[in-house]
Every structure is written in structure tokens, then in C-alpha cells.
Design a protein around this ligand. Sequence first.
Ligand SMILES: O=c1ccn([C@@H]2O[C@H](COP(=O)(O)OP(=O)(O)O[C@H]3O[C@@H](CO)[C@H](O)[C@H]3O)[C@@H](O)[C@H]2O)c(=O)[nH]1
Ligand SMILES: [Mn+2]
Length: 364
Amino acid sequence: MAGTVTVPGSSKPSTPLLKDELDIVIPTIRNLDFLEMWRPFFQPYHLIIVQDGDPTKTIKVPEGFDYELYNRNDINRILGPKASCISFKDSACRCFGYMVSKKKYIYTIDDDCFVAKDPSGKDINALEQHIKNLLSPSTPFFFNTLYDPYREGADFVRGYPFSLREGAHTAVSHGLWLNIPDYDAPTQLVKPKERNERYVDAVMTIPKGTLFPMCGMNLAFDRDLIGPAMYFGLMGDGQPIGRYDDMWAGWCVKVICDHLSLGVKTGLPYIWHSKASNPFVNLKKEYKGIFWQEDIIPFFQNVTIPKDCDTVQKCYIYLSGQVKEKLGKIDPYFAKLGDAMVTWIEAWDELNPAGPAAGKDKAK
Ligand SMILES: O=c1ccn([C@@H]2O[C@H](COP(=O)(O)OP(=O)(O)O[C@H]3O[C@@H](CO)[C@H](O)[C@H]3O)[C@@H](O)[C@H]2O)c(=O)[nH]1
Ligand SMILES: [Mn+2]
């Protein structure tokens, strides 16, 4: 059963943690039988299913789940011309789910990710671990060598400044994967049989000033703190690049988290990633990204967001201008991406006028 809160004095666990404050977003092109394995952990939560590809196809959702499903027709109806910023035929479409959610927290998972087992053989409740990660502080300003100091059985080590032990709010919890690791196509081609069997029992804060490759397969975040920056870019159909959706979002998110003194954690929980996508198809999607990123990374390492950018939206709009100015020289794609970043914020603010926490009518 999902991590639950037991009312003192009663033996029965009452409600799952953040039951009414968290949505699970799933991008999909297939039936969602994988949910059967997650039922004990996911059933209490509301699902937002973003159906990609052919909207006339029916996606089967197992009985007993509370969900809303959006296909491309819905996205076009809800966003109108702004739908142009939501990718088609790429898992990047999932960010539409972040936009229409009205909850404070999001967990997003791919439909080929299953419940993994920890070294003791116990099923891992990935959602519960993400919630723990998000509800406890991060330590981006000074690295704790005993990893997560807020975890039971750990603490800050000698020499850790007491002035920094309160930590920072955690905006992102980045989980990992057993079995099929999230490798890029060249690595997949060189190591087709490699499987990740290493379970590292650790959660770490990614230090301020350090970027990381964010994978969207097993990811949770605080929508109030960082939601508007979780745009997964222009990928897939009609675009020169794919499989850089989560990476792009992760780089934007990290520089904004650093600027706003928010924390990003990586490590536990693990899920079991069951399917390796085709490395040749992946290479076609990724190849421009593989050399573009040699310029993209220095861009994010050197960008300085002005002090007066005190909201995620202001930071993001500033970043979009810098993308057009600094990366537009690499390829006209980045000018388009910079504009799409603005459209995304406009659409976000339209659907979330009073900020993400305010309860609003469901997207029409
Ligand atoms: O056109 C599409 C293709 C897939 N999806 C859904 O997106 C996720 C991921 O799909 P898949 O597991 O086939 O892809 P991977 O190569 O394993 O992972 C990539 O997806 C991203 C991580 O989430 C990242 O770009 C890569 O790691 C599944 O739920 C598919 O159903 C889709 O919506 N549209
Ligand atoms: Mn996959």
C-alpha cells in the first residue's frame, strides 16, 4: 500500500501520503496494463494520461484507477494555437499533463517501467520514496559526504556548517532504473546487452552550479516550486531532434533551481525499466543533440539569471531570450524553441492563472 499516515491510536493506516496533492502523469502510445503491477501504490492517486500519436486509437486503462486522459485533439482544443508548443509523437508530450494538473506535486513515469525489488527482495514503492525526497530538504550549497542527512540513520558529518543545516526546499526528485539503463543510442549500440544490476542505496542533492542529465522515466517534482520550468521542448514529429526532451527540461530546471535556491535530488527510488527502445531509431532522433549539446552545456553553465527574476516564469522567459540569442547561431531550431518556451509559459499561465496551487476548474 502506498506510504500512508496512520492516525495515532488507530491500527488502520488512514490516507496515502499526498493522496489529494499529487497527480501521476503518464505519456503513452500503448495500453496501460503496466498499471496492474503498480496498483497497490498508485491506485489511491489521480492519473493524468497523455495519449500521444493517433487520437482515434483507444487506450485501455485497467479498472479501478481514477484518471483523466488527453489525446492530441484534446490538447489542440484546450490550447488552441498554443498547442504548437506541445510535441507530437515524442514522450515530451507528457509536459501537457504537468500543465493541466491542479495539484502541488507531480510524479511522471513511463509505461514500460515496473516495480523493482530492493536487495532484500521487497517491492519498491517508488512513489513513496519520491514523496519522502520532496518533503525533506536538499543540501545544494555544501556536499554532505554521508549523502542524505535527513534520512533515518544519517546526519550531517563533522565540518558541515551549522548555518547550512536547515537546507533548501526540494523541487525535484530524480529516480533511477534497474535493468535497462537510460543510455544514449551510441552507448546502447556498443553495449546492447548491458543491464544495470547495481542498486545504490543513496539519495544525493546535486550541488548548486552542477548540471545533470535529467531522465523523465521516473521523476517527481513540486509543481508550485518549479512546474513552469518543466517544459519538455519541441521534439518528435516535424522537429530535427528527439530524446532530448527531459534533458532540455533538466538543464533549464537546474539553472533556475540554482538561481532560486531550490534543491534537486537524485538516486533512490529505482524502477525496473523493461524495454530498450531501438538504438538505430534512437540514433536518428539523438544525433543532432549529441553534437549540439557540446554548445548547449556551456550555454547553461555560463548563463546568469538576473536578480530581479524572482519567479520561475520570469526566469524561464529570460532563459528563452538567451536561448534565441546565444543558441540561435547554432541552428534556426533554437529560435523556434525559444519562442515555444514563451508560448509554453503563456499557456501555463492561462491554465493556471492564480498559480498552480489555486484550485481551478479542470481544463475545459
Ligand atoms: O512517440 C512516442 C513514444 C513513446 N511515448 C511514451 O513515452 C514513454 C517513453 O517511451 P519508451 O519507453 O519507448 O522510450 P525510451 O527510449 O525507453 O525512453 C525515452 O523516453 C524518455 C524518457 O521518458 C526519454 O526521451 C528516453 O529515455 C512511454 O511511456 C511511451 O509510451 C510517447 O508518448 N510517444
Ligand atoms: Mn522505456
